[in-house]
Design a protein around this ligand. Structure first.
Ligand code: ARG
Length: 315
C-alpha cells in the first residue's frame, strides 16, 4: 500500500514537472512559424512571378534535402528499441489502476531527441540482446537501453556521445554480504553469479569471476528475482540500477564496486546514418546543457523509488 502510494505521488510530481516544461517551451515554438509567415508574405508581395517560381523550386529542393537527410525506418518516426528491466533508465511504472507505463530517463531523453528532430517517437520494448540485434539489423533507428560503448558493439551500431555516467557493481543479499569481501573471494565455483544476456556484465563476470558458476538471464528483473529467492548468490548490475532495486528490495546489498573503464551510456544509432547521429548528438548536448537531463534522471529515480518492479512478485 505504501509502495503504491509513493509511486502515485511520484507520478503526480513528474506530471506537474512535465506540464511545467511543455508550457514554458510552447511560446518559443509557436513564435517562429508566425515570424516566418510574416517574412514570407512580405517577400512574396515584392517578388516577380519568375522569382517566385525560383523560390518555390529552391524551397522544394530544400525540403526534399532535409527529408532525405533524416532517413528513418518509418518516415516521420523515430523508432527506438529498449529493454525496460532497468530502472531508473527504463522500466514499467505501474499506475494507480495497475496499468504499466514505460518510464525512465532513457525514455524521456528519447522523447527529447524525437522532439528535437521533429519526429514522432515510437518505443518498442524487448529483451536487451534483442535491442542490439534490432539496431544492428537496422529494423529500428536507435536503441536506448543504458548501452555501454563497448568495442564489439561498435561493429554493429554507431554510438552517440555519452549522456549519462555510471558504474558497475556486484549485488547480493544483505544477509550474504560477508561472503563477498572482494571480487577474488567471489571467484569461487561455489557461487552462482548472474549477468544479463548480451550485456557487458557477462564480460565482467568472465573477467573477474571466471571460476564461479556464471548464469546468464534475459532480464535484469529476473536476476533480481533470483537473488531475492536465494537461487543466485550474486549478480553484476549497473550501479545506478543496483541502487534503485536495492531501495525497493532492502534485502539486496550493492556489495562491491566493479572496475570498468567505459563508464558511460550512449545511444546506439543505426550504423551509417550520419545525419541521424548528428541530430541525436545535438539533442543530447542541448538536453545536458539546459539541465533537462539532470531533471529526467531525478524524475526517473523518484518514480522508480517505491515502485513495484514488473517481473517481481510483491510479498
Ligand atoms: N550497460 C550494460 C551494457 O551496455 C547493460 C545495459 C543493460 N540495459 C538494459 N536495459 N537492460 O551492456
Amino acid at each position: 500500500m505504501k509502495k503504491i502510494m509513493s509511486a502515485a505521488l511520484a507520478a503526480m510530481m513528474v506530471m506537474s514537472l512535465a506540464a511545467c516544461g511543455s508550457s514554458s517551451s510552447a511560446p518559443a515554438t509557436t513564435a517562429a512559424p508566425a515570424t516566418e509567415a510574416a517574412t514570407e508574405a512580405a517577400t512574396e508581395a515584392a517578388e516577380t512571378e519568375a522569382a517566385e517560381t525560383e523560390a518555390a523550386e529552391t524551397e522544394a529542393a530544400e525540403t526534399e534535402a532535409a527529408a532525405e537527410e533524416l532517413k528513418t525506418v518509418t518516415p516521420g518516426k523515430l523508432t527506438m528499441a529498449t529493454s525496460p528491466d532497468f530502472a531508473p533508465y527504463e522500466f514499467y511504472s505501474i499506475g494507480e489502476d495497475g496499468t504499466p507505463t514505460l518510464a525512465g530517463f532513457d525514455i524521456a531523453l528519447a522523447q527529447y531527441i524525437a522532439d528535437y528532430a521533429g519526429l514522432e517517437l515510437e518505443v518498442i520494448p524487448m529483451d536487451f540482446d534483442g535491442t542490439i540485434m534490432e539496431v544492428g539489423q537496422k529494423n529500428v533507428d536507435i536503441g536506448m537501453a543504458g548501452y555501454s560503448p563497448s568495442p564489439e558493439r561498435a561493429e554493429v551500431m554507431d554510438f552517440s556521445d555519452i549522456y549519462f555516467t555510471g558504474g558497475q557493481s556486484l549485488v547480493c543479499l544483505e544477509a550474504n554480504k560477508d561472503k563477498f569481501p572482494s571480487l577474488e573471494a567471489a571467484n569461487d565455483p561455489q557461487f552462482k553469479i548472474g549477468a544479463q544476456v548480451g550485456s557487458i556484465q557477462v564480460g565482467l563476470a568472465e573477467e573477474n569471476t571466471p571460476d564461479a558458476d556464471i548464469i546468464q538471464m534475459a532480464k535484469v528483473t529476473d536476476l533480481v528475482a533470483e537473488l531475492i529467492s536465494g537461487k543466485m548468490d550474486a549478480a553484476y548490475i549497473e550501479t545506478e540500477v543496483a541502487n534503485s532495486y536495492a531501495k525497493n528490495y532492502p534485502e539486496l546489498c550493492v556489495v562491491l564496486e566493479v572496475p570498468y573503464e567505459l563508464a558511460g551510456s550512449v545511444v546506439g544509432v543505426s550504423k551509417g546514418n550520419e545525419a541521424l547521429l548528428k541530430v541525436v548528438n545535438e539533442a543530447i548536448a542541448e538536453c545536458i546543457e539546459s539541465g533537462k537531463m539532470g531533471e529526467f534522471v531525478m524524475e526517473a529515480n523518484d518514480l522508480a523509488n517505491g515502485e513495484i518492479i514488473e517481473g517481481l512478485i510483491e510479498e
